[in-house]
Design a protein around this ligand. Sequence first.
Ligand SMILES: Cc1cc2nc3c(=O)[nH]c(=O)nc-3n(C[C@H](O)[C@H](O)[C@H](O)COP(=O)(O)OP(=O)(O)OC[C@H]3O[C@@H](n4cnc5c(N)ncnc54)[C@H](O)[C@@H]3O)c2cc1C
Length: 661
Amino acid sequence: MAVRIGVYICHCGTNIAGKVDIAKVVEFAKGLENVSLVKDYKFMCSDPGQALLQKDVEDGLIDRVVVASCSPLMHENTFRKATERGGLNPYLFTMANIREQCSWVHIDSGQTTDKAKDLIAAAVRRAFLLEPLTKREVPINPRTVVIGGGIAGIQAALDLAEAGKKVVLVEREPSIGGHMSKFDKTFPTLDCSACILTPRMVSVGQHANIELMTYSEVEEVSGFVGNFNIRVRKKARYVDSELCNGCGACWEKCPGTRVPRKGNVHEKLSLGPTTPIYMPFMQAVPAIPVIDTETCLYFKDDKHACGLCAKECERGAIDYEMKDEIVEFEVGNIIIATGFQTFDPSVIKRYGYGEIENVMTALEFEIMNCASGSTGGKILKADGGVPGSIGIIHCVGSRDKHYHDYCSRVCCMYSLKYSHLIKEKTDAEVYEFYIDMRCFGKGYEEFYDRLLTEDVRFVRGKVAEVTDVPTCKAEEGKLIVKVEDTLIGNVRRIPLDMVILSTGLEGHATLREIAKKCSVSVGQDGFLIEKHPKLGPVSTATDGVFIAGACQSPKDIPDTVAQASAASSAVLSMITREKIEIESATAEVDEDKCSGCKLCNTLCPYLAVKFDEEKGVSVVNQALCKGCGTCVAGCPSGAISAKHFEDRQIFAEIEGIFSGL
Ligand SMILES: Cc1cc2nc3c(=O)[nH]c(=O)nc-3n(C[C@H](O)[C@H](O)[C@H](O)COP(=O)(O)OP(=O)(O)OC[C@H]3O[C@@H](n4cnc5c(N)ncnc54)[C@H](O)[C@@H]3O)c2cc1C
């Protein structure tokens, strides 16, 4: 029986109809070979539009469907489903993109109409050769792994656990908590960070549905949506978590010191003990110390030179022979919540970080200001004195063509928070050096307004340099901030006792590694790329892998928590389905033609092609393959073909495009 193709032309309001002469295109399509009916409608994606094609299929008028409308990214699924509801295999439908590729990108409406005709002719030729594909489903393992135990990972894990689902939370540091555990107060409400964070940390540690793996890193991820295999390295803590009760006797007697970072305003700025055996901070979860083998005298020098911690531990929890452990488990979904690192300001030489005393980063200030930190929350200079004047420099590393173009979103707000905290704790004069204030969140502009009444000096201008070279008596012993005050149009030299650099947020140096393992991409800005910036902010191009928090972009805590809950509910909706449909249009290797060169193994962005050593040929994992066609295009032997995008179908399209010439 002859093929009967139905062509449906969408006006998309005036998006298409404003530039394409629909009546002419309809007439043209009617004349195409194998086309048995042509219809046009204002919005094909609307319910009546879909019903139009569904009914024609139901009535047996057509057995192939072409919709000429927008990009398949927008509505391929909509029309596939309408085709299927009509009773036809959904792969017997194809789209002609006469909006993004035509009406939106050309000015001359005569040429636009001609191009729409060509695109439809191409789609019709392709439709003629389409073949039905079988739908495939895989079961979903209800367990989820969350990578990263900052507030994003904590929230996502708790949401899932509370819904009765099993979660494994993998954190590479000895404790969960992330950056938030280093803060004393959080903007804009100034609530105590530990008071809101630690109850959640404790819940994670105690929840029957959460398996917590701290001081651990994901080494390998294999498998596909619903069925991932995870390999984790649990690093040796040298402290037996079953025996240790976190009493602190070990670090109290420890004679060593962990090397402090050069440039810190206080040599020993830290939240926890600075000894080689240490707890990261007092509310750590789990409350188990860890030995830093780089600085521990037992590991570093003669093994018998120390060993004091083992002698002090009444419970015999110190185990110098402990080894890393490899743990493997299966999950259905992955949430990446690995957060951010702060920009290293030592690369901006003119700000003197690491060279000049009392120039510190925002994170160092947070730690100093924290009640459980080494200064007990006191704001002090390196010599132990109380500063009489402090400058806060905004946008260090952000909104700067040399470093990061983007705005880090939280620096204006945390800088304002510092002004308030400094004023609360000291009599210091405070200067905020800003480009412009970005106070976008709920209660943020109000917080800024409040600071305007707290005797803070706001200087609008980018700081040129921070030096400790005086040019007059008033500058002696001071840091001098040179800045163009753009509001008064003058270059000013302001002598200060302390400078805080509001460093921007950036993707982790190691983010690419975890991204590669999970088959997701890192953008040019250094953060993970979401599936769609507006409509898929927590999904990724890899099914079953979700992202949450500051690993996707700089974020404050409210947005991080919201995104983490969004990621966990996306996972929950997958789990409750129990099965998931996977792509049918995948690639296949013709074993007779494959030369075994393995080029496709390296090209596949989804890590779906592996080499079968026994057969000496490459094999496509059908569950992982997305049908992107990269391997097909790259194969030098022409051994790989893509279902639904076969050579003959693509050549037919090309012929269709040129048929009007
Ligand atoms: C100086 C400063 C002050 C701030 N003050 C405020 C404030 O007052 N109010 C506010 O709303 N926001 C504030 N923020 C923003 C806030 O820090 C973030 O919104 C929040 O920390 C983001 O949480 P997260 O879980 O996404 O990332 P993080 O807090 O960075 O946590 C990520 C976690 O993942 C772990 N991890 C990383 N890589 C791996 C890996 N490969 N495997 C396993 N684990 C991994 C990390 O160790 C960490 O525990 C501030 C930010 C800065 C820099």
